[in-house]
Design a protein around this ligand. Structure first.
Ligand code: SF4
Ligand code: SF4
Length: 366
């Protein structure tokens, strides 16, 4: 098997995935406003066969294992059956000596279960937290119940439980038109845990399903909100991790000056990160258009799929005109026309500039 080009570390010519992400199950216990995960697929209770995960990690990537395996759903902690499945998956990853992360809403992740997660080797949990206002928090999760205060308290308790189990927690906001005013409050909430094991994340909205487009905040509001947050974090006590930022460096250079506590995560799509859906379909990233898998692990190995994919090859070489000589294309910020998953969804190719496309869509909304 030839492993060259299956991903890379930050240096060109590297040969290792940094992250392989598996969707363990499709079912979820909440319905976030901006969730585009199932798109055209029916939302079944089916699980990803663990044999597929094991075969991929042991036989396929064995000589060149990823640095991290991320597990997500749906919601991986939603009930007894998903929790048992998650523990099995984590134990497998632990046996292979690979670091693990889960993406969770933590609504049903009790402190007792967090201790089991830690024993199964979990080191990092990315926990969605779109607001600190209990009503807005619940509403953005699609929970229409009247007990938002109770849900919020349960969430707090569970986040504390993860920290006490020794698991690093990233409380992550998915930035949308309803929570641009929440960012600094979430940062202060993260600080209030007084832990060296916690950080805040901001995931920019990625509209690869049509119903998500109307949720984009307008760029000026978004820019001001992020600017205020960066200034707050610079004076703060916890790290801030920003990913898939559609406020690209050529338009908003002020955002990108180096600051204490701020970690930028560029576009990893098609590069050193891959997403595997519960059906076995392989995608360029978790937000990729679900009608366009690169292949399926039930039919081919991950390495074969990755190396043979025409879409992936195009994603790495085609640049919109304005990005041709840009110093931010690769390197520390790896802008790569953030977000080209949106561009491909809207235009069928990688030639357009993402930011302009999002602006056009926002103008159509007016
Ligand atoms: S294409 Fe890049 S910027 Fe867009 S969601 Fe994927 S990783 Fe993020
Ligand atoms: S890669 Fe393209 S979109 Fe990104 S900063 Fe450079 S010119 Fe702008």
């Amino acid at each position: 098997m030839n492993y060259s080009g299956i991903g890379s570390n930050s240096e060109p010519g590297g040969t290792r995935f940094k992250v392989v992400e598996f969707q363990l199950q499709q079912a979820c216990n909440v319905q976030c406003l901006y969730c585009g995960y199932e798109q055209e697929f029916s939302r079944t209770g089916d699980y990803l066969p663990l044999e597929l995960m094991e075969r991929t990690l042991v036989q396929d990537l064995g000589p060149c294992p990823p640095e991290w395996v991320w597990l997500e759903g749906g919601e991986v902690t939603m009930d007894d059956s998903s929790r048992a499945y998650l523990l099995q998956a984590l134990e497998l990853i632990q046996r292979l000596g690979i670091r693990s992360r889960i993406n969770t809403n933590a609504q049903k992740c009790s402190p007792a279960f967090s201790r089991e997660l830690a024993r199964a080797g979990l080191s990092f949990a990315c926990v969605s937290c779109d607001s600190t206002d209990p009503d807005l928090f619940s509403w953005m999760r699609g929970q229409k119940s009247t007990n938002s205060r109770e849900l919020w308290e349960e969430f707090n308790h569970n986040v504390q439980g993860l920290l006490e189990a020794g698991i690093t927690v990233d409380l992550e906001v998915t930035l949308n038109r309803y929570n641009t005013g929440e960012l600094e409050r979430v940062y202060e909430y993260v600080e209030s845990f007084n832990s060296s094991n916690i950080m805040m994340g901001v995931q920019f909205l990625v509209a690869t399903a049509d119903h998500i487009f109307p949720l984009y905040p307008d760029p000026l509001t978004q820019h001001q909100a992020l600017k205020n947050l960066l200034e707050r974090a610079e004076k703060g006590t916890v790290p801030l991790r920003i990913c898939c930022c559609s406020l690209v460096p050529c338009r908003y250079p002020d955002l990108y000056r180096p600051r204490k506590n701020v970690i930028w995560v560029g576009c990893t799509c098609g590069y050193n990160y891959v997403h595997v859906h519960a059906t076995g379909h392989v995608f360029l990233c978790g937000f990729w258009d679900h009608r366009q898998p690169l292949g399926n692990l039930k039919e081919k190995s991950l390495v074969e799929i990755w190396q043979e994919s025409r879409i992936r090859q195009e994603s790495q070489v085609i640049r919109p005109q304005q990005c041709r000589d840009c110093k931010y294309w690769e390197g520390k910020y790896r802008c790569h026309n953030t977000c080209f998953a949106v561009v491909h969804r809207r235009t069928g190719s990688f030639h357009r500039e993402a930011y302009g496309l999002i602006e056009e869509a926002l103008n159509e909304r007016k």
